[in-house]
Design a protein around this ligand. Sequence first.
Ligand code: 13P
Length: 264
Amino acid sequence: MNFKRPPVIAGNWKMNGTSEMVIQFSKNILKRVLDDNAKRCEFIICPPAPLIPLLYESASQSAFLVGGQDCHSSESGAYTGDISALMLKDIGCSFVIVGHSERRISYNEINSTVKLKVGAAKKAGLISIVCVGETQDQKNNGETFEIVRSQVLESIPESASDSDIIIAYEPIWAIGTGKTPEIEEIANVHAAIRDVVAKSKGVEVAEKIRLLYGGSVKPDNVAGILSIDDVDGALVGGASLSSNDFWSLCENAAKLFAILNRKV
Ligand code: 13P
């Protein structure tokens, strides 16, 4: 984590939760006050779409921002069951997760689909959290860098800049498994992603763009992961479903950021 790039902790609730969970989060964490250092961090919760309005209302005047988990690439039209970026913006979202591996796998989303969604999100005024990451087989075959590189290059529109996107490296084999890569592996992949961005969008954008790690991030391993220079935050699944876990994870991230801030 680098004090120049405001860290991001984003919780992805996936298809979990009812209004009762939002009420509990509202009581337990949304009303807590953060210290000045934590105020520079961005805390985001991405609930299932039907819970967005309630969460947005409950999170108003809190440190938490709201995001969607996916969007369609069109603004409107005959796409039964889909939600546009414009609609997410309209109900209070500032962010949207795009190209999560669960969508790439279950809905056959390819890089070009993800790219169109990122474009739609930008047009609607949303920041996309673009997910990339390799499968266990690809890792075993030594293809991690190649896969991640092509996902970054092919999923992000030419026009997108550091203010429009955040990139999340989520190795698929680490999601929901309790397994995480070695710190050195995370560092190497993140450095490679920053390098790809530098080559495609210039060094200035690469230095400003925020790169998150996702995959079995918990309150007790978040500080170690965020200590890596090129890791600017975390995309959290399971541990974002409990208000206690998510709060301690956010607090640990903010504490680390405060230490970095004081060192400069
Ligand atoms: P877990 O934190 O449950 O591994 O999920 C990660 C993830 O997929 C976040 O988008």
